[in-house]
Write a protein that binds this ligand. Structure first.
Ligand code: DGL
Length: 270
């Protein structure tokens, strides 16, 4: 039965696990196959062409695993490649940008929204594009934070160096009178505490993961794809490098125990 097939989720590294966590919370009966492209991270400094090539390879890998739907749990790949790959597959595929933008548009009171993300996501202007379509009165201020992803991947989540960088990146947005800040990279919710210290209590931090899991649920319901078998959900984790490091990290993020992570050569798939 296709509705009992797994959901494919991917990111450049561990960031997409923030989305997996929400999927596990909101639709706990689903099996998940996760791929983290740890060998080729970061995506945020790469071109649209390269990120689209990587995305196509990963989508192929997940399709070979017979997934019933795919979540691009990476803002950069969602910004650069979602539209291109959508027309190439015959299963539902969603990204994280639209759900995040939707949530930000709902949240803001003064119409001034900050977005932090990778260089690719910010330069693509995708949040601005979607937010302006949702509400033309909204003003969007973007700031790329290129060092955040390597800091997170190195485990420097609660570290003075990360705090210093966050202060530098975010202070330029604090002058813009924003009342909402979108964490426009799936790695950033892991820095939430640090970011909160810098922005104070008044600014609402939007984590697109929550809305993404909600959108996924809606898509599964609309397509009759909700897993209705009475079973213990099965989750598989694959990476392109550093399986053990990834496994340990995953266990600090997810509500379930990750016993195994498998290294694969994604480029072999062509
Ligand atoms: N976590 C990804 C994102 O949401 C990619 C980070 C990166 O590899 O640069 O954009």
């Amino acid at each position: 039965m296709i509705n009992n097939a797994p959901i494919g989720v991917f990111d450049s590294g561990i960031g997409g696990l923030t989305v997996v966590k929400e999927i596990m919370n909101q639709i706990p009966g689903e099996d998940i196959i996760y791929f983290g492209d740890t060998a080729r991270l970061p995506y945020g400094s790469k071109s649209r062409k390269t990120v689209t090539t990587y995305t196509r390879q990963i989508v192929r890998f997940l399709m070979n695993k017979d997934v019933k739907a795919i979540v691009i749990a990476c803002n950069t790949a969602s910004a650069f490649a979602l539209e291109a790959v959508k027309s190439e597959v015959d299963i539902p595929i969603i990204g994280v940008v639209k759900p995040g933008a939707k949530e930000a548009a709902k949240t803001t009171r003064n119409g001034r929204i900050g977005v932090i993300g990778t260089v690719g996501t910010i330069q693509s202007g995708i949040y601005n594009e979607i937010l302006s379509k949702t509400n033309p009165m909204v003003k969007v201020f973007g700031k790329a934070c290129p060092l955040f992803v390597p800091l997170v991947e190195e485990g420097l989540i609660d570290d003075p160096v990360t705090f210093e960088m966050a202060k530098r990146y975010i202070s330029v947005l604090m002058d813009k009178d924003i009342d909402t800040l979108v964490l426009g990279c799936t790695h950033y919710p892991l820095l939430r505490k640090t970011i909160r210290k810098i922005v104070g209590e008044e600014i609402v931090l939007v984590n697109p993961a929550y809305e993404t899991a909600k959108s996924l649920r809606d898509v599964l319901v609309d397509n009759g794809l909700i897993n209705d078998s009475a079973h213990k959900p099965n989750h598989e984790f694959y990476v392109s490098d550093g399986a053990e490091k990834f496994r340990q990290f995953a266990n600090t993020i997810l509500p379930c125990e990750v016993k195994e992570t498998t290294d694969i050569n994604i480029e072999e798939l062509g």
